[in-house]
Design a protein around this ligand. Structure first.
Ligand code: NI
Length: 186
């Protein structure tokens, strides 16, 4: 069933209040990231029918709320129900775990959720594999690419369309920030 435009607006407004003045690494309003991820999910839903579109779209709009703002999973549950809150919870890294473990733990919890939640994670990394910010080191860029490979290998089977999008982004991801002079270009 197609997603509900009213539900979309409710979730977008909720995310806008939660993220407030936050910016992307490129200095844009954070909702540019949120709506870009959601757009990737909607595009994939057009060619992968049979999904719970409201679940996929709502979790896409809310995917960074619990991780990056003071809004709680309980508030998400009260506004959008338990399935959405569970999905967002799986997409939220456990801050008590060291970074590499936090990613593996989140991927494991995403796989326990419906495939719509894996679609959001794949779409998130497709969006984030845009040209890296100038301030990023080549090491950070390499780590980010390796993380993307781990996400693709864990979750790619849940959405062939988004898996192909992510593979293409990995293949063209640069080894250094645009304009950077580096001897490590490959
Ligand atoms: Ni995100």
């Amino acid at each position: 069933m197609a997603f509900s435009p009213d539900r979309y607006l409710d979730a977008l407004t909720f995310a806008a209040h939660a993220h407030g003045e936050q910016k992307t690494p490129m200095g844009l309003p954070y909702l540019v990231h949120v709506t870009s991820v959601t757009m990737e999910v909607i595009a994939a839903l057009r060619t992968e029918p049979g999904r719970d579109e409201d679940l996929a779209v709502t979790c896409a709009l809310l995917h960074d709320v619990a991780e990056d703002t003071t809004t709680t999973l309980r508030e998400i549950e009260l506004a959008f129900g338990g399935r959405v809150a569970s999905g967002v919870s799986a997409l939220t890294k456990n801050p008590k775990l060291p970074k590499p473990h936090a990613m593996a733990d989140s991927l494991r919890r995403i796989l326990e959720q419906p495939p719509e939640i894996a679609m959001v994670k794949l779409a998130d990394r497709v969006t984030n594999l845009a040209p890296p910010p100038q301030a990023w080191s080549t090491e950070k860029i390499a780590t980010y690419r390796e993380e993307a490979r781990a996400i693709l290998s864990a979750l790619g089977g849940e959405s062939p369309v988004l898996a192909a999008r992510l593979q293409a982004r990995i293949d063209t991801y640069p080894a250094a920030p645009a304009g950077a002079r580096s001897g490590k270009m490959v």
